[in-house]
Design a protein. Structure first.
Ligand SMILES: [Zn+2]
Length: 201
């Protein structure tokens, strides 16, 4: 399938979630006011998306999933709908993915804006910028939060104001509570079938 490479045409096809996601990635690729100059780590993005769902900035669901986390496997919250929108941004040609290795020999993905992505980023309106700006900036000084991964969780940090916000990406218990009804429904409809026992006991 051929996709238009005109930023304005792509823009009209995008959902609010996709615009907000692109805007968020754009913010974290910015150096000295220029977007698309660096890459955003996959884990950082995953964590901020969870924070965004909790703050009702993104209308997605999420559920616990096993992912690579600082070189080991860990159960964290992942929004599959968010990952799907991320894929859509790649299909639209707005973001690209880079696979990076560390000196400790584990690999992770990072995301950056393509030249078209930078143009579409500039088209995003206040209604979709504002919720992300509030999410990603320190409420005291207005600086973009740094995102740091620790063993326990991923945090959004403003070192100038001594602010440390937990993205709650590792907060599994309350999530299960939130997601059980939907998850159960899906399981019942698609996978759970009565198990027939041999011998009829
Ligand atoms: Zn601050």
């Amino acid at each position: 399938m051929e996709f238009s490479s005109k930023p304005s045409e792509i823009f009209t096809k995008m959902t609010p979630e996709q615009k907000r996601l692109l805007y968020l990635i754009g913010l974290y690729t910015e150096i000295n006011g220029q977007v698309g100059k660096q890459w955003m780590k996959d884990l950082s993005l995953k964590a901020v998306l969870i924070k965004g769902v909790r703050e009702k900035v993104f209308d997605w669901d999420y559920a616990p999933a096993s992912v690579m986390y600082m070189g080991t496997r860990k159960i964290i919250n992942v929004t599959q709908e968010g990952q799907n929108d991320l894929n859509h941004l790649r299909i639209f040609g707005l973001i690209s993915r880079l696979r990076l290795g560390t000196i400790r020999h584990f690999f992770f993905n990072a995301y950056g804006l393509t030249p078209i992505g930078i143009n579409v980023f500039r088209l995003i309106q206040k209604e979709d910028r504002e919720p992300i700006d509030i999410l990603a900036h320190c409420s005291k000084c207005g600086k973009l939060f740094e995102i740091t991964s620790e063993q326990k969780s991923v945090y959004m940090i403003c070192s100038a104001c001594n602010q440390k916000v937990d993205t709650e990406v590792s907060d599994i218990e309350s999530v299960q509570y939130m997601c059980v009804p939907k998850w159960l429904k899906v399981k019942l409809e698609s996978q759970w079938k009565p198990v027939l026992r041999k011998g009829g006991d």
